[in-house]
Design a protein around this ligand. Structure first.
Ligand SMILES: NC(=O)c1ccc[n+]([C@@H]2O[C@H](COP(=O)([O-])OP(=O)(O)OC[C@H]3O[C@@H](n4cnc5c(N)ncnc54)[C@H](O)[C@@H]3O)[C@@H](O)[C@H]2O)c1
Length: 421
């Protein structure tokens, strides 16, 4: 088997995850380079390469690309607004890509990445990790096996979870649309990808509504200062008190944005919060992305789907309605019934079948097994003789982005937006 060399463009949270998984697949991948302005982050990627192996460190993606083709495959793990330039530059140097979602943060940039891949004949795998989870793989297999007949409509819900919303979309990297992405793209392009993949039809039209209702100054508790560290009278009862980052549950979130999250004392964390974006009162930030949004979509053949993104629930739920039955699954089913999926066939006395999706004991962590699943098919996708045999491709991933951009256009204009099918 030909080993593929990997270079990391950005060495942050996502890049670290992929590097750690690739390090356990040394028959398939060799980690050869990493770039990031923060040297400690490059050092973490480097620590996954075998001691003494050739490994090049760079202070930026630009410096890495200036030194020539860095590897067979570039893992683009920089922020959304940087994807376009980093992806196109890496492809121009002759690299294939593992490209973090979104492909790019604006429609025209997304199409520019697609055009460059076509022109240069490069393969691009977009990190729509949920496709690779045992859960969604099972849903897909059931639908293709005809478990509920022909799909007529579907209802998907994504509960972002209030703390996650606050961490990422109020205080964090994806809170201001102009410098990141619309929420429906940043968070829900996964759900758009799942809808398109599971329904297996092109989307024709989308309408959408949504807004930012809760994380605004109007909802701030009386007397709340700009920062939790400034002594807030509501701290004891506030779900979002930033001091919670020092607690054991909070450290997991802290690790995504603080390089010393594991070893820092509580006092060091509190000190960091005094100036960090993550120390700000969630009701007094500069956030403008929505905390709730709904979509109604029409696919070819009059198949319809609804989707709700809300900050105020946790986990994904799905219901798919077919001519012969209904498939339900996700967080709600798990909590209420203790299984992952149910299939209820239409008819007077059809029992509901409960399905538990087996998760392999080892190797599955992160995004319900999706991070590992993605990496374990990456080598095959990038080396199979016929690109049409790839599990998913840039052209397929594009569909989800077109749906998300159309939804955002609809939300802003209050008009139904049709997609060129
Ligand atoms: N697939 C998923 O489910 C998923 C989940 C979370 C995030 N993401 C996406 O992954 C991407 C990265 O997110 P993250 O959470 O790892 O962010 P991060 O901020 O932890 O990582 C980005 C890194 O890029 C570095 N960087 C900035 N400018 C650079 C440059 N010029 N050259 C090289 N490095 C540079 C930063 O220092 C940082 O370390 C984002 O686009 C995000 O939307 C995807």
């Amino acid at each position: 088997m030909r080993r593929l060399s990997l270079a990391f463009c950005g060495s942050g949270s996502r890049a670290r995850t992929y590097a750690a998984i690739a390090a356990g697949m040394s028959d398939q991948f060799a980690l050869v380079a990493a770039a990031d302005p923060v040297p400690e982050r490059v050092a973490v990627i480097r620590s996954h390469a075998p001691a003494g192996a050739d490994f090049r460190s760079f202070a930026s993606a630009e410096a890495m690309f200036a030194a020539g083709k860095p590897a067979d495959v570039v893992v683009v793990g920089t922020q959304d607004a940087q994807h376009r330039d980093h992806a196109i530059r890496a492809m121009e140097l002759g690299c294939d890509l593992l490209l973090e979602k979104p492909i790019a943060h604006r429609l025209e940039d997304t199409l520019a990445v697609r055009d460059a891949a076509r022109r240069l004949g490069r393969r691009v795998v977009v990190c729509h990790v949920l496709r690779y989870t045992p859960f969604y793989a099972r849903v897909h297999a059931l639908l293709r096996a005809g478990a509920i007949g022909d799909i007529i409509s579907a209802n998907f819900i994504e509960g972002v979870q209030p703390w996650h919303q606050a961490h990422s979309f109020v205080r964090g990297h994806w809170s201001v649309e102009a410098s990141s992405s619309p929420m429906i793209l940043a968070k829900s392009c996964h759900d758009m990808d799942l809808l398109a993949w599971l329904i297996d039809r092109p989307c024709e039209a989308v309408s959408s509504h949504g807004g930012l209702s809760h994380f605004t100054a109007a909802r701030a508790p009386a007397g709340a200062p700009a920062r939790c560290t400034d002594g807030c009278p509501a701290a004891a009862s506030c779900l979002y008190d930033a001091h919670r980052y020092a607690r054991p549950e909070g450290r997991r979130w802290l690790a995504m944005v603080h390089d010393r999250a594991k070893e820092a004392s509580d006092a060091e964390v509190f000190d960091w919060l005094r100036t960090s974006p993550w120390g700000r009162c969630v009701y007094r930030c500069d956030n403008d992305v929505v905390d709730h949004q709904v979509i109604a979509a029409r696919f070819t053949g009059q198949v319809t789907a609804t989707f709700t993104m809300t900050a105020f629930d946790e986990g994904r739920h799905l219901e798919i309605f077919g001519t012969e039955g209904v498939l339900r699954g996700g967080a709600f089913v798990k909590k209420q019934l203790g299984c992952d999926l149910t299939v209820t066939r239409h008819g007077w006395e059809q029992p509901t079948e409960k399905i538990v999706v087996e998760t392999p004991a080892a190797g599955y962590a992160g995004h319900g097994g999706g991070d590992f699943g993605l990496m374990s098919t990456l080598h095959a996708d990038l080396t199979c003789p016929d690109p049409a045999a790839m599990r998913t491709s840039l052209e397929v991933s594009l569909q989800s982005h077109l749906m998300a951009f159309a939804a955002e256009e609809s939300r802003r204009s209050s008009r139904t937006v049709t997609l060129a099918v």
